[in-house]
Design a protein around this ligand. Sequence first.
Ligand code: NDP
Length: 444
Amino acid sequence: MQYVERVLDELKRKNPNEPEFHQAATEILNGLAPVIAKHPEYEKAALLERFVEPERVIMFRVPWVDDQGNVHVNKGYRVQFNSAIGPYKGGLRFHPSVNLSIIKFLGLEQILKNSLTGLPIGGGKGGSDFDPKGKSDNEIMRFCQSFMTELYRHIGQDTDVPAGDIGVGGREIGYLFGQYKRIANEHVGVLTGRGLSYGGSLVRTEATGYGLVYITAEALKARGDSFEGKTVVISGSGNVAIYACEKAQQLGAKVVAMYDSNGYIYDKKGIKLDVVKQIKEVERARIKVYAECVKGAEYHEGCKGIWTIPCDIALPCATQNEIDGESARILVKNGVKYVAEGANMPTDLEGISVFQKAGVVFLPAKAANAGGVATSALEMAQSSGRMFWTFEEVDAKLKNIMINIYHNMDKAAKDYGCEGDYVAGANIAGFIKVATAMMAHGIV
Ligand code: NDP
């Protein structure tokens, strides 16, 4: 049996009931086959076996009290996956669907994504099955304080630097940082995505969405094209989706649809982003309110229908496995030319294969959404240097990083005989640096 296949079989046997982790590992390891073929020394050093096994998994209980005095207990996780090229870095996700499988898939992806940025950051991920929806600010604060009361002993500015993800935005990072500072008695860059008044970086809020559009713009440019006049569908209406919409509109595209977990809005005249921001960032209300505010806009219950809307560019920016084979086929039939993943693993394995066979330019998450973590690393650099860059400076660095990622994965795909396959190209370009560092460190 081939090395990659054997490692995948063993991974499934040792980690049953972790379908998302299996899915991510399958996508990554299959893409690495040409690298493994060139480096027989990796098998001798059991490099892949070590690569798919987290360095450390921390699981803990998170007890908290709601406004009525009832006690709740949630699960807390931090997977410190790989620190070969730098301290663990990756977000915290608060969502009822969170389990070990999801955190491990995200952590594994994060290793390669962080490597692709070219910055010295390892891979980690964490979170909780806590649902922030419908909770008061005080409940959110008490939950975050309880979560950090355990997490603080495992993280540090040179060890592990968490950030936000689904359900963890500026408010949550503020409460988490406040509790860390109180217990550890140090004001350091131990979390990123911090507010500007206490060590945050300009552009961090916009970074993932802007970065997604910058890398897609580079792919368009390489084909003599641009965002100008393109019709775009974006799933989600959270942090990534909102700022992807903003940048795409700035570059002349028409964004016609967005969604939240209840349903989608379709505005054929073009989404009015100020209305979405008011609903989502200020009122924390449901996206259906948009159709009540904007004449001519439609609201449809359910999410999947969004992919039946004809578009040139699809930017899935909500969650994993949003686009299955069926949705991918509909998008292709309706003429989609580019799909760039803002969310992590939003396209399932069948969906990816449909896009690639149809010649759609497919930019995978670990490259396309790396702008968030790249800007987090820029936040770390500013914290350590006790300095502060302007919006223009950070934005220019972000754009440059995204352009480099595009060309590195494009080159890796060409070098390893799979031109235009950016899934393989991103996996290979990210993996080589991590593998080289792991080999240099010996068997650890
Ligand atoms: P937010 O919590 O800000 O927004 C998430 C959005 O996706 C919301 O509109 C939410 O709807 C929707 N959503 C979440 N779960 C589901 C679901 N199961 N079905 C349908 N819709 C869903 O998160 P972010 O924007 O920060 O993250 C979105 C994606 O981007 C995630 O995959 C995340 O891992 C990835 N990402 C984020 C980065 C960042 O910097 N924030 C960096 C890199 C990747 P509702 O409000 O109804 O739940």
